[in-house]
Ligand binder design. Sequence first.
Ligand code: ASP
Length: 335
Amino acid sequence: MSRASAHQLGFLALAILACAGTADGEPEKAPFALVIHGGAGTIRAEDFTAEREAAYRGALTAALDKGSGLLAGGASSLDVVEAVIREMEDDPLFNAGRGAVFTAAGRNELDASIMDGATTLAGGVAGVTRVRHPISAARAVMERTNHVLLAGAGAERFAEAQGLEMVDPEFFWTESRWQSLERAREKESRETAAQAEPFGTVGAVALDRNGRIAAGTSTGGMTNKKHGRIGDSPIIGAGTYANERCGVSATGHGEYFIRFAVAFDICARLRSGELTLEQAADQVIHGVLGEAGGKGGIIALDDAGTPVLIFNTDGMYRGYRVAEGEPVVAIFKND
Ligand code: ASP
C-alpha cells in the first residue's frame, strides 16, 4: 500500500463520489478525509500473534471511526487531529503518552506538535514527563502563547497553568516498553552503538468540510534515547507540517527527519506544482531520506483529500478514511 495501488483507485472512486453535486442540485459540502499512523519500523507479520495484530487493527479502526465521525459532523480539522491523537496517546499499544518508550535513564520524555494549515500557526512541546496528553499541550502553546515550542519543566508549568491534566510520571510506564529498554541496553553493551527498537509515534492529518488541513504528531521518541534528546515529532517542518494545500505527519528515525526537514520538504515539492503529493512524498522518503540511510514513513493529505501513506521500513501502522467511505487499515508492507 506504500505506492500507488488498489487503495488509491478505491480512493479515487470515493473522491469522485464526494465531489459530485447532490441529486437535488444543492452544492455538495467539501469532502473530508483523515489519515493516521501509529509508527513505522521493523513490523513483520511473522512476529505478530493473531491477537496482537487484531488489537492494532482494532485500535487504528477505532481512531479512524472517531475522527471521521467528528469530521462528518462538521468538526474542525484541528479538533479532530487533537481528539484522535489523544485517544492514541491513551492506548498503550502506541509509543505516545501511556506506552511511551523509555530513555536510557529509564524515564518517559514525551514530544508532540500540531499545525493548522489554514493559518500556518503551530505549537509543540518537548521532553515533558507529566502531561497526560502532550498533543493538547502543543495546541495550547499554539493558541495561548506567542511561541511555537516549549520544552521540559517550562512546558510542564505552562500545561499545568492551562488546566491540562497532569499525571505522575509512573502513569506512562508499561512493562513491554521497559522490556524494550532492557533489550536495547543489552544490545548496547554487546555492540558499540545504541540500536533503536522499532519506531513508534502516532500522528494524524485531517481535512475538514471547510477545506482546512491540520496535522499533528505525538511520541515517546526512541527507546534508549539520551536524556534530553529531542526528536523530529515536536519540530515543525520535520515531524509535522501543514499549509493550505498539504499536511504531513512523520514517524521514524527523528534525527534524519530533522536534517532533511521531511514534512516541510514534501509540502514544498507539492507547491512546486509539478508533482502530486504521492510523487513528492515518494521522492523524499525513498529518495532523499532513504539514500541517506534514514528509516521511517509519513502520512499526508492534500486539499482534495488524497491520502498518501509511504514508508521505507518493513511496516507502518496506518489507516485512512475518505468522506463516508470504509476505513482502510494496514500494518505490513504488503497489506
Ligand atoms: N520520530 C520519533 C523520534 O525520532 C520516533 C518515532 O517516530 O518512532 O523521536
